[in-house]
Design a protein around this ligand. Structure first.
Ligand code: GSH
Length: 316
């Protein structure tokens, strides 16, 4: 991670945890919005911003899905890092269908953080929304970036979809909260638990949340009812990684997804939407998660699993 703008290589096993070994996620440091009332002058313009992502990363893929659902591909450039997290963190290698950084010419993601703030301290995470004009980071928090794309770029969007419709905000927030603690971050809390107690606590919440989703989806197509919202993006990014990575590497193996027929059908509905399908690169997901040395010292990537619900991606 970066400490006062200097890259510190030996950070890989160091995940923050509490006294009982519970994984603690770092807070995102750049939290601006885009619009006329922004004090830093960030306004919605075509060709001004670049979105840095990793196809392995569920948080980054939230923003990629939102970008494509809104039809903003020609408005905001996307730059994808190599899926493997190395000694220098995320890198721009051009391998496996990823990108070189044409905007800043960086080799590593941490350079983007020090360009924005030469004394930055923190992990150099994706996603990052970069402003070419002021040469800084607008925002590095996926939940904000999804709303920036949905609301702040609404006038430039070419698809008529509202991911957070008026009147549904409270319901969306309640679903998001449940999903974050028990599922999106829950799988990480299981995977990076430092004690048996912390692991068992997290894994029980993960499957409790899947039980809850199964119940909801038995009566509705989407998590908040009859229209797709940002909550479905949040559920999707974790669901589609569940059996590729979390079930095995993060030890979330109480039950496979086939024990949840309504959830599995929901995953199929989401995968049939091109914006969702285009965000899924199973090879990146496996290569990326299994490159986490603290969890998989040999770096060996498993051959499977073969998953029927990912078949349509292969045909595409
Ligand atoms: N709060 C952030 C979390 C992003 C995050 O944790 N990204 C991970 C990839 S899945 C990352 O870049 N990790 C690199 C690191 O921790 O050094 C968000 O939702 O945008």
């Amino acid at each position: 991670m970066l400490v006062n703008g200097q890259w510190t290589e030996n950070w890989q096993p160091v995940q923050k945890s509490d006294a009982d070994g519970r994984f603690i996620r770092q807070h995102s440091g750049f939290r601006d919005r885009i619009g006329a009332d922004n004090a830093k002058g960030f306004t919605a313009e075509a060709g001004r911003y670049q979105l840095y992502v990793a196809y392995i990363c569920p948080w980054a893929c939230r923003t990629l899905i939102a970008l494509r659902l809104k039809g903003l591909e020609d408005v905001i450039d996307v730059c994808a890092v190599d899926p493997r997290l190395g000694d220098q963190g995320w890198a721009f290698t051009g391998r496996d269908g990823t990108d070189f950084d044409r905007v800043n010419g960086a080799n590593y993601m941490h350079e983007i953080y020090t360009l924005a703030d030469p004394t930055h301290t923190g992990r150099a995470t994706v996603p990052v929304l970069w402003d070419r004009k002021t040469r800084t980071i607008v925002n590095n928090e996926s939940s904000d970036i999804v709303r920036i794309l949905d609301k702040d770029f609404a006038a430039l969007a070419t698809q008529d979809i509202d991911l957070r419709p008026a009147g549904l905000e409270a319901e969306i927030d309640a679903v998001n909260e449940r999903l974050y603690g028990g599922f999106n971050n829950g799988v990480y809390r299981a995977g990076f638990a430092g004690t048996q107690k912390a692991y068992e606590e997290a894994v029980a919440e993960v499957f409790g949340t899947l039980d809850w989703m199964e119940e909801r989806l038995a009566h509705a197509d989407w998590l908040t009812g009859d229209r797709l919202t940002e909550s479905d993006i949040r559920a999707f990014v974790t669901l589609v990684r569940f059996e590729l990575a979390y079930y095995s590497l993060f030890k979330c193996n109480l039950r496979p997804l086939s024990a949840y027929p309504a959830v599995l059908a929901y995953l199929g509905r989401l995968l049939a939407i091109p914006a969702f399908a285009a965000s899924v690169r199973p090879d990146h997901i496996k290569a990326g998660y299994y490159s986490i040395k603290a969890l998989n010292p040999t770096g060996i990537v498993p051959a499977g699993p073969e998953l029927d619900y990912l078949e349509p991606l292969r045909a595409a």
